[in-house]
Design a protein around this ligand. Structure first.
Ligand code: HEM
Ligand code: CU
Length: 535
């Protein structure tokens, strides 16, 4: 009793003032702070993407708006920022840091993560790195591509060292989040919440956390070596100094391939939640889905050489990496088949989160299959560094991760904010994004097969029509996101009050009020059954 300050009844109004947010150790508030900042960076990265496409609409035309990029150097810079921002500041932190932070403790019936202060520290690391990254834009900029390939990244006069430091600091943030999640899962589950009763989203975050902890330090050390080489002139990667540029690629992809699974595994976790909830049926193959996340995480460490098929590695190495890469298809297909089997005899409801789940399955299937094509050594020799690759990774990162992130927002929005949104505008937004995405990126498969190289601001006339279509698609995506933004803002301002459990879900986060109180549950939950006991 006798509390000096009046506390509100939920985590949002629990304390007031900006300072209470900046010093909060509440996992839900930290999740929201990530939400706001990551979405801001998504906006910046998105504007850059639109500029790139505008340039590619008509590179040789008389001056038009796109012409501001009609200079190879400027195009390279914008392309580098777009890639680096989207990867390091949007898609990698996206699901774990926003939805993971918010829902991991809630879904396992805990009051918070294991180390709440470290959780806040990881947000500050993220912000420090992100601000440093943006700051490079006001110096000599960077133009290496988000991959920082040597020897160019050592020799270029741009602010590579600063950017590399930024990526290093953001890596720290990712490691700390992973550490927190692993300890939380092991130590803070509610009574009765055995590992095999955890929601599949938690299993996916757990597998991701292992990758964050084991793979990210490799990136950190690699980037440190790059900086050492630039500043001290010690030959590590630069052949002029006796170094080996391909060594950089080995190190870089030893992190960055697992990193693509840091992006996609949590997305798959969300999809499992959505599919079982909106089919009103227990998920098919719970154990298989749970363990296939770990399977994907394990295999992902042995496939990095598929980025280097044409770097001069031996034929035997190429064949081995080609084979190992295809193995990733096995645990992935296990998930796909189990999701499809869950629909069988379910009562499937096409609410907006479910539309995103179906969108994910369709687009990610294309991304995955074209990944297997690229993993086929002789095919990659032809497709390497063409727009086929650009199309492939956008199908995976946008069609996969971003679709799941959006589906997750619509699913958990009532819980996070205690408000409902307009279902009609949410669906309109989805339709524009889904169609626009395919119009933008499908033609790029064809362009790639025709030989159009990536990372160029200009092309021969043969590529013109498909590029025009692709740019028009990017405008459709823009419309979709604007309608989505309207839906969110309208829901926040005018939405009806959300009930505790609007979708009739079974997992624990729906057993507390919307939005949840400061310490999550008024009574500690006791778990007596699995997470999806629909029927
Ligand atoms: C949604 C609309 C988007 C459009 C229209 C778009 C467009 C583009 C374009 C034109 C390029 C340059 C390709 C080249 O010249 O090789 C590019 C590169 C790239 N994009 Fe996107 N993009 C979008 C969203 C995203 C998102 C959400 C991500 C997040 C993962 C992303 C990640 C990348 C990466 C990693 C590169 C490669 C940069 C590099 O090669 O250095 N893009 N994108
Ligand atoms: Cu890879």
């Amino acid at each position: 009793m006798a509390n000096t300050k009046a506390h509100g009844d939920n985590y949002i109004n629990f304390e007031k003032g900006i300072w209470s947010w900046l010093t909060t150790v509440d996992h839900k508030r930290i999740g929201l702070m990530y939400f706001i900042t990551v979405m801001f960076f998504f906006l910046i990265g998105g504007i850059m993407a639109l500029l790139l496409r505008l340039e590619l609409f008509a590179p040789n035309a008389a001056p038009n708006v796109g012409q501001i990029l009609a200079n190879g150097d400027v195009y390279n810079q914008v392309m580098t920022y777009h890639g680096a921002i989207m990867v390091f500041m949007v898609i990698v932190p996206g699901i774990p840091a926003i939805l993971g932070n918010f829902f991991l403790p809630l879904q396992i019936g805990a009051k918070d993560v294991a180390f709440p202060r470290i959780n806040l520290l990881s947000w500050y690391c993220f912000m420090a790195g992100a601000i440093l990254a943006i700051a490079t834009f006001f110096t000599t900029k960077i133009d290496t591509g988000w991959t920082f390939y040597t020897p160019y990244s050592i020799r270029t006069g741009t602010a590579t060292a600063m950017m590399v430091l930024a990526a290093f600091i953001m890596g720290m943030s990712s490691i700390l989040t992973g550490l927190n999640f692993i300890v939380t899962v092991h130590k803070l589950r509610a009574p009765g919440m055995t590992m095999h009763r955890m929601p599949l989203f938690i299993w996916s975050l757990y597998a991701t956390a292992i990758l964050q902890m084991l793979a990210t330090p490799v990136l950190g050390i690699t980037l440190l070596l790059l900086a050492v080489e630039r500043f001290l002139g010690i030959g590590i990667f630069d052949p002029k100094l006796g170094g080996d540029p391909v060594l950089f690629q080995h190190f870089f992809w030893f992190y960055s391939h697992p990193a693509v699974y840091i992006m996609i595994i949590p997305a798959m976790g969300i999809i499992s939640e959505l599919i079982t909830t909106f089919s009103k049926k227990v998920i098919f193959g719970y154990t298989a889905i749970a363990y296939s996340s770990l399977g994907i995480a394990a295999v992902s460490f042995f496939v990095w050489g598929h980025h280097m098929f044409v770097s001069g590695q031996s034929e035997t190495t190429g064949i081995v990496f080609s084979f190992l890469t295809m193995l990733v298809g096995v645990p992935t297909a296990i998930k796909m088949f189990n999701w499809v089997a869950t629909f069988y005899k379910g009562s499937v409801e096409f609410r907006s989160p479910m539309l995103y789940a179906l969108g994910f399955m369709f687009l990610f299937a294309i991304g995955g299959v074209t990944g297997v094509m690229l993993a086929t050594l002789p095919i990659d020799v032809h497709f390497h560094d063409t727009y086929f690759v650009v199309a492939h990774f956008h199908y995976v990162m946008v069609g996969g991760t971003l679709m799941a992130l959006m589906g997750g927002y619509y699913y958990w929005f009532p819980k996070m904010f205690g408000k409902m949104y307009n279902e009609t505008t949410a669906r309109i937004s989805f339709v524009f994004i889904f169609i626009g995405f395919n119009v933008t990126f499908f033609p790029q498969f064809i362009l790639g097969a025709m030989g159009m190289p990536r990372r160029y601001f200009d092309y021969i006339p043969a590529y013109e029509n498909l590029n025009k279509i692709s740019t028009v698609g990017s405008w459709l995506i823009l419309i979709g996101f604007l309608v989505g933004l309207y839906t969110i803002v309208q829901g926040l301002m005018k939405g009806e009050k959300a009930p505790m459990n609007p979708w009739g879900s079974k997992t624990l986060e729906w057993q507390t009020s919307s939005p949840p109180p400061h310490d999550n549950f008024s009574v500690e939950p006791v778990v007596t059954a699995g997470p999806y006991e629909y029927r």
